[in-house]
Each structure stands twice: as C-alpha cells, then as structure tokens.
Design a protein around this ligand. Structure first.
Ligand SMILES: *[C@@H]1O[C@H](CO)[C@@H](O)[C@H](O)[C@H]1NC(C)=O
Ligand SMILES: *[C@@H]1O[C@H](CO)[C@@H](O)[C@H](O)[C@H]1NC(C)=O
Length: 506
C-alpha cells in the first residue's frame, strides 16, 4: 500500500478504515478522552449472567465440495461447532476465572481477517490492524461470570444422578434462544443483547460460524488448532458465483445451527460432563447439572443480517427435530445474502433498524422493504401465525451489536444512529422479551400489544386520539408495519386471532 493512495479520497474499505482511525484518535486528543474504549455495561435483568464457551466435535463432513485454489484443502469441512452460552446464574455467583475478552485471542487473527475483507493482507498492514484493534477494543471484556453454575444449582445437589427424578427439586426449565451472527462478526459481537436476555431468564447459545463470513475463528479439533480466515469466493477453485457461494455459506451455517441444537438437547439429557471433558475451551465444569433444565423441544431462533437470512432459512419446513424452532426473532434480514425464505409456519417478529427501513434498495427485483413485509403478511394472513414487522426508530444496522456500546462516538458518527446506544440495545431486548412472553403465555405486552401504526415506513396512519392513547414508550421507539389485530372476537379472546383482519388461526 502506498501512502499516496491514502491521501486520495475514495470509498474503499481501506480508505474508510484509515479515515476512521485517524479521526478517532484526533477526537480523543481533542476531547481528552482515553484512547481505550468504553466498558460494556452491567446487565439489568433479575438474574446474574453466566457464560460458557463450548466447542463440541461433530460428525465430520464436507458441507460442499468447494476447495481452496491454494493448496486444494476443502473449504467447507465441518469438524466442530463453537458457541457461547449465556444463561441465568445464581445470585452470589462469582467466577475465579477472568472475564472473556470481547475480541477473542489471538487479536492478530481478527486483524488479519479484517484486512482480508479489505482485500489487503501483508505483514505491515496486518500489524497495523492488530495495533488498531488492540487499542480500540483489545482490553474490553464481557461482564458475564465465566463457567459458574446455572441458576438454582445447589452444591452437592447431584442433578446428574439419574436416580433422582428431577421434579423432586422443582427447578425451572429455561427457554432457549439460538442466535446467529451477521457478516464480519463472531459469537462475541452481540454479547449485550444475548446476556441481557440471559439476565431475564433465557438461555442463549450464540454460535460462531466458520463459513468464512467472519473476520476469523479458531477451530480446535482433535488436539490441533486451525485458523479459519475470512473467505472470498475468488479463493476457491472453481470460483463460485456470488449467489452460489452464499448458498454454500448458508448451508454451512444451517449445519452449525443443527449441531448447536443437538448439543443443547444432549446437555438437557444430562451428558454435559462429556462435553466438558472434550471441550478444548476447558469450560463447562458444571454442565452435568444441566440435565432437564432446558426447554429443548421448542426453541427460538434469532439472527441478525446474514444471520437473519440463515434463521429464516432454518425455519423452512419446520419445526423439525433438528430445527425445533417454534418462534423466530429476525433482525435486519440480509440485503445481500441471497433470497429470503418465506416458507414459515411459526410466530415471528421481524425488527428492522431505521437505517434498514429508510434506505431504499432493490432486492430480488423489488424494494427490500416490500419483500420483508410480504414475508410477514404471508405468515400472518395466510399461515395464521402471529407475526409482527416493525422498525426501531433512531437505530442503524449495528445498533443491536456491541460495537456502539464500545465505541459510541465512532459508531454514531459513521452510521448516523440517533438513539442513545444503551437504549438502542434495550429496545431490541425488550421486544424480544415481549415476544418470548407471548410464546409462553399468548399474552401481548409492550410493543406487541399495539396494532399497525405505519403500514409503510414513515407513513403514519394514527389519528390524534390513537396517538394520545398509545403507550408513549412504544410510540417513541417503534413504527409497526405489520401486527395481528387486537380486536376482541369474543370476551376473553382479545387479540388472539392471528391475522390483520381478525380471522381465527389454525
Ligand atoms: C472432505 O473432502 C476432502 C477433499 O475432498 C477429503 O480429503 C476429506 O476426507 C473430506 N472429509 C470428510 C469428513 O469426508
Ligand atoms: C436464581 O435467580 C433468582 C432471580 O435472581 C434468585 O432469586 C435466586 O436466588 C437464584 N437462585 C439461587 C440459588 O441463587
């Protein structure tokens, strides 16, 4: 890279990156802020939060025949599945282990990954990327307690003892959410969202996909450590069309989702001790106690961006044993990640960030917003499943990730988010919690209590009366594009008819 290139303004990732780094440090100096980033805030729900990294072996297989041009190794061989569990812990839980780093080690792997995104990869730039990442977020840690027992586990209580019927102890089973990240992300990119949900009683499994869409991931299998970098289609032989490449990546992601479900089922069966012993991450010492503590036959799938596209795909033909998803939380479904599946037959909320709704883009030959809205309408009006589609006001695409919490100034400058960063994540958490509440009780609360306010983005159909009587928090933070009616079909049946007009469901 020549320095003259840097001085010539153009919209390359490389240019933007350097512009950001330079402006960031200038701002820090100007406003006397520390170079180091903000800490991730403490979680606000009633439970303390624990976290465990699990890397579990899978039945080895090639998800696609594609190989690397350089060396001929298979590009989509599945060896292990990796995810972070976030879960409700005991009140007094304190780990003797240090908090997990937000950028998992080695930092240089991620730096090289981002450099590959930018199509530059050499020793000099990689080290600069490493340095920048290190100064920006290298010291940031995730405030969840590492490898503490699940809430309710009492020392010596021997849940793993199959002779003792579980119900003797009256311990609750926790609902499970499987979370799939977006492009250029990893299992630690959404920790605030995931852990906030855990602090509200849910067990969240945040997968780290090794489909080559992330900046980099470490695969630990059979005593060996491999680095999975970001993959560009032109690195494969034969080099696939972009659309075919996405199909391969999404198939790989789906296999990882299914393997995660399998591990969660097995934890619930009580063989967590086996996962602990084979876990190269050396965490999960109390996993044997997880027997019977998870609701595994009806899980919820969630994902952001590329992950939302994958989550929609995982709902096709479901629920099934491998994909037992009875609900979905779809956040900013991809604009560039291939067609979106609309064969869905379970309740769902789709949340767009404001930047996803207000920027017009053509997707599969039609406006992206309309495509997404049609998926919601079809599920609601044709399949009679409760469905909501809404926009979170003031947010941008990364608002649900940890990035704005760590670098608030940088992110609001570059993406134009106007919502306060903590409020942004909070609104996503509350809507998800409302949806989980709805799934278990059929009661609508919070934003889910309202009917449509804006059938199209920014097209307000409320009259003055409704504006005044609406929950002001909901009015402030949401535009609701699709929602089931709240009309009463009969006394006691207000809002239980799952379509917009109020026809009964199946
Ligand atoms: C995956 O494909 C490669 C190359 O074709 C082959 O060497 C390898 O054995 C395959 N892996 C499995 C688990 O089948
Ligand atoms: C589990 O969490 C709840 C909610 O915070 C708390 O009241 C309870 O004491 C916890 N259980 C234990 C054993 O700490």
């Amino acid at each position: 890279m020549g320095w003259t290139d840097v001085l010539k303004p153009r919209l390359s990732v490389k240019y933007i990156f350097w512009a950001l780094v330079t402006s960031y440090f200038s701002i820090c100096i100007l406003f006397r802020m520390p170079f180091f980033s903000s800490k991730l805030p403490a979680y606000t729900g009633p439970y303390k939060v624990g976290t465990i990294d699990i890397e579990a072996p899978v039945e080895k297989r090639n998800i696609s025949e594609a190989r690397f041009a350089n060396g001929g190794k298979p590009a989509f061989e599945l060896e292990t599945v990796l995810f972070s569990l976030y879960y409700p812990a005991n009140k007094d839980a304190r780990s003797h282990r240090p908090h997990h780093h937000w950028i998992s080690r080695p930092v240089g792997l991620h730096a090289e990954g981002y450099a590959r995104f930018a199509h530059i990869n050499n020793f000099f730039t990689n080290n600069l990327f490493t340095f920048s990442l290190w100064t920006l977020a290298g010291s940031t840690t995730i405030p969840a307690e590492v490898d503490v027992p699940l809430n309710g586990t009492i020392k010596g209580y021997r849940n793993y003892d199959k002779e003792h019927p579980l119900d003797d102890y009256g311990l609750p089973r926790h609902p499970v959410i499987v979370f799939s990240h977006g492009m250029a992300s990893s299992r630690t990119s959404y920790t605030q969202y995931c852990a906030e949900l855990a602090s509200r009683g849910f067990v969240v499994a945040a997968i780290e996909h090794r489909d080559g869409s992330g900046p980099g991931s470490v695969i630990m299998s059979e005593g060996k450590v491999k680095h999975r970098f970001h993959i560009n289609a032109d690195q494969l032989d034969p080099s696939p069309e972009t659309a075919d490449f996405k199909v391969m990546q999404l198939a790989y992601r789906q296999a990882e989702i299914e393997e995660t479900v399998r591990v969660l089922r097995q934890l619930n069966e009580g063989i967590g001790g086996d996962f602990y012993r084979s876990n190269p991450r050396e965490e999960g010492k109390d996993l044997a106690e997880w027997r019977g503590r998870l609701i595994v036959d009806s899980m919820v799938i969630s994902g952001h961006s590329y992950g939302a596209t994958g989550a929609l795909q995982a709902l096709a033909g479901g629920p099934t044993y491998e994909r037992p998803f009875v609900g979905a939380v779809i956040l900013d479904p991809g604009k560039q990640s291939g067609p979106l599946n609309d064969d869905i037959h379970v309740p769902m909320i789709i949340i767009h960030s404001q930047s996803w709704s207000n920027s017009y883009s053509i997707f599969q030959g039609r406006p992206h917003f309309d495509v997404v809205k049609d998926i919601a309408v079809k599920n609601l009006d044709e399949h009679h499943k409760f469905t909501w589609f809404m926009t979170s006001i003031g947010t941008t695409h990364p608002s649900v990730t940890d990035a704005p919490l760590i670098e608030p100034l940088l992110l609001s400058w570059t993406t134009g988010a106007t919502i306060e960063v903590r409020e942004g994540v909070k609104q996503y958490v509350l809507a998800t919690e409302d949806f989980m509440h709805f799934l278990s009780t059929e009661q609508r609360k919070g934003v889910l209590k309202e009917e449509t306010t804006h059938p199209r983005y920014d097209e307000d159909i409320r009259d003055e009366d409704r504006k005044q009587h609406m929950d002001q928090e909901v009015a402030k933070y949401w535009q609701i594009h699709v929602a089931p009616t709240t009309a009463c079909a009969a006394p006691g049946l207000c809002g239980v008819w799952p379509d917009r007009a109020g026809r009964p469901g199946s």
